[in-house]
Design a protein around this ligand. Structure first.
Ligand code: COA
Ligand code: AMP
Length: 636
């Protein structure tokens, strides 16, 4: 089967295509209906099928004789631990933990918040929730208490699962103070908290808290429950344009079908391969390609608790690949930039035997050509950029590896449209742009299985955020263009979302925090280019008259506020005080123009600008701070 026939089959007969894909799922009751269209333009997939993701990821492999194959390898350079879990062993752990959740009264449809570092218990807890039909919501361990509290209030969980600490490089980060603050701040009160005590730090538990190990040891394992295909598997909160994150919902059946086919078509995996996504379970990459897809497909997944550098050095990734015989590797480009900075000649890389490695995938942000060339020349393996987002759950474009003949890789492009999606680049009037012309990247409705069916408890938010701007299409929020051979080039977000070291953040949310400071009259936060992290936030402030406090003092407080409200990974450190902000005559702040000045590009000045002189003032202020002179990072 060639890519082009695969793609055209999916466009011509989506139901036939997905019916055939769905055969790879071991349904508990196979669906008769493949697709049921909805009034909002989306579709419910396999609506009368019954399934359970935990069964698909574990039991069915054990039943099929894969019980002794390693399912999960935990490699933790920060603790020095390496552990192997076979499919049978992982199933036992998951069934036992599901027993604990049941004993705590968690029922089908109840939510469970998982705020854990990169430890196997995170994957075990996710699969245990799936087993009993509970809905997990994993919160990235870098999020501060306020973010955790807002997720507790939105998801209203019965149970919260956490650990005594995370470990970042050599720093131990106690979790309980954060979790306590979040639980105190949230209006919703969780009934039970289960705490994983780690060797590096034993936390003081509150009255009623359960110790993970002893609670699990007292329970009995439970089986999986059959669930309707559309039953929610998880809620994953993601940043949008407003301060309130959106709870992206994922279902069981469509998600399983989409991920299984992506392992074969997009990644070119075969069952038994060792698949490593170096990300975090708190992000969609971690959900889809650390936990679910590799296990659904019968691969061995690697769960890595470390960083590309300084754990202990820039050779860690190569060491993991050699030690575990990794076949397919996936991470964010920022990780390779960090490695290249510390080991520019790739001397550490050449120390390891990487012969098992077949290909590398990158996503999460644009891969700059310099990083691409550095990596592909040293590895001498295909390096494949592919593009997707939390909402889609699996790749929209890429260079598919599962066909007999591979398409060429084009540097700077995120590849061609993958079977199942229809992608258009359009102008504001919804007219398709000709090749090489940049426009909004939109996906034709209905979206395929695996994509978000709703936003948790706020379906209208899905409609207004994604479906209203371009009727009949889902608005991705990314801008880009196609070349004349159907390769998509993603040029970045057209909204207030930025990508900092592969982490998705909302500048709107940062603006809300900054404008809450007593001395700030007005502010704008934009994402500007950074050679290491891809983008970092920059805050421009206008201070209130007669406040009398120094700009440096206010800056220090603002940096701390964003760190305390969102988390250190937001990297909010650049703050510049200006006299006025550039605006249109109707009072809209010209954020795009500010960003272009800061990136050293010639700014597009809208004809509706109120006072062009302000742009010069901003340029001078940025220039004085050493921002704006460096143009786009090297594409050479
Ligand atoms: N828990 C607690 N704190 C965290 C954290 C976590 N899970 N992740 C990051 N932080 C903190 C860091 O400790 C650091 O704190 P500091 O300011 O006190 O030093 C801060 O957030 C900034 O972190 P980061 O921007 O990640 O920089 P870094 O120097 O710590 O690490 C990289 C740089 C490139 C190694 C790291 O960003 C990385 O691995 N990125 C890949 C991201 C990714 O996997 N994205 C998913 C898409 S595939
Ligand atoms: P997230 O939802 O955290 O996965 O972030 C999704 C966003 O990251 C997308 O909307 C893009 O802006 C960006 N992104 C993801 N993959 C790529 C890629 N391969 N190239 C450019 N940007 C990407």
């Amino acid at each position: 089967m060639s890519y082009s026939s695969d793609y055209s089959d999916a466009v011509a007969d989506p139901e036939g295509f997905w019916r055939s894909v769905s055969k790879a799922v071991d349904w508990l009751t196979p669906p008769e209906t493949v697709r049921q269209e909805r009034d909002d333009g989306l579709a419910d997939w396999f609506p009368d099928g019954w399934v359970n993701t935990s069964h698909l990821a574990l039991d069915r492999h054990v039943d099929a004789g894969r019980g002794e194959q390693v399912a999960l390898i935990y490699d933790s350079p920060v603790t020095g631990v390496i552990e192997h879990y076979t499919y049978r062993g992982l199933l036992d752990e998951v069934a036992q933990f599901a027993g604990l959740l049941s004993a705590l009264g968690v029922q089908q449809g109840d939510r469970v918040i998982i705020y854990l570092p990169m430890v196997p218990e995170a994957a075990i807890a996710m699969l245990a929730c799936a087993r009993i039909g509970a809905i997990h919501s994993v919160v990235f361990g870098g999020f501060a208490a306020k973010e955790l509290a807002s997720r507790i209030d939105d998801a209203t969980p019965n149970v919260l699962l956490t650990a005594s600490c995370g470990i970042e490089f050599d720093q131990v980060i106690p979790y309980l103070p954060l979790v306590d603050a979040a639980c105190d701040a949230a209006a919703h009160k969780v009934r039970h908290r289960v705490i994983l005590q780690r060797d590096r730090l034993q936390a003081d538990l509150r009255d009623g808290d359960l110790d993970w190990a002893s609670a699990v040891s007292r329970t009995e394992p439970v089986g999986y429950v059959p669930l309707p295909s559309g039953h929610p598997l998880y809620i994953l909160y993601t940043s949008g344009t407003t301060g309130k994150p959106k709870g992206v919902v994922r279902d069981h059946g469509g998600h399983a079908a989409a991920l299984i086919q992506s392992m074969q078509r997009t990644y070119g995996a075969v069952a038994g391969d060792v698949f490593w996504a170096a990300s975090d379970v708190g992000w969609v990459v971690g959900h889809s390609y650390i936990v679910y897809a590799p296990l659904l497909f019968g691969c061995t997944t690697v769960l890595f608790e470390g960083k590309p550098v300084r754990t202990p050095d820039a050779g860690t990734f190569w060491r993991v690949i050699e030690t575990h015989g990794v076949n397919i590797f996936f991470t964010a480009p920022t990780a390779f930039r960090a490695i290249r900075k510390e080991d520019p000649e790739g001397l550490l890389l050449s120390k390891y035997d990487l012969s098992t490695l077949k290909r590398v995938f990158v996503a999460g942000e644009r891969t700059d050509p310099a990083t691409y060339h550095w990596l592909s020349q040293r590895l001498e393996k295909p390096v494949i950029d592919h593009w997707w987002q939390t909402e889609t759950g699996w790749p929209v474009t890429g260079v598919p590896q599962g066909n007999a003949e591979s398409l060429p890789i084009k540097v700077g492009s995120a590849g061609v449209v993958l079977p199942g999606f229809e992608v258009l680049v359009v102008d504001e009037a919804l007219k398709p742009c000709p090749p090489f012309e940049t426009g909004a990247v939109v996906l034709r409705l209905p979206l395929p299985p695996g994509c978000l069916p709703t936003v948790w408890r706020d379906h209208q938010r899905l409609v207004s955020a994604y479906l209203e701007d371009y009727p009949g299409f889902y608005h991705t929020g990314d801008g880009g263009y196609f070349d004349d051979e159907g390769y998509l080039f993603i040029m970045g977000r057209t909204d207030d979302v930025i990508n900092v070291a592969g982490h998705r953040l909302s500048t709107g949310e940062m603006e809300e925090i900054v404008s809450g400071h007593n001395s700030v009259a007005e502010c704008a936060v934009v994402g500007i280019l950074d050679p290491d992290k891809g983008q970092v936030p920059l805050g421009l402030l206008v201070l209130k008259d007669g406040d009398g406090r120094s700009a440096s003092e206010i800056t220090r407080e603002l940096v701390l506020m964003v760190r305390q409200d969102i988390g250190a990974f937001a990297n909010f450190k650049l703050v510049i005080v200006v006299g006025r902000l550039p605006k249109t005559r109707s009072g809209k702040i010209l954020r795009k123009t500010i960003r272009q000045i800061a990136d050293g590009l010639s700014p597009e000045v809208p004809p509706t600008i109120d006072d062009p002189a302000i742009l010069e003032e901003v340029k001078d202020a940025l220039c004085n701070a050493g921002i704006g002179e460096v143009s786009r990072q090297s594409d050479g």
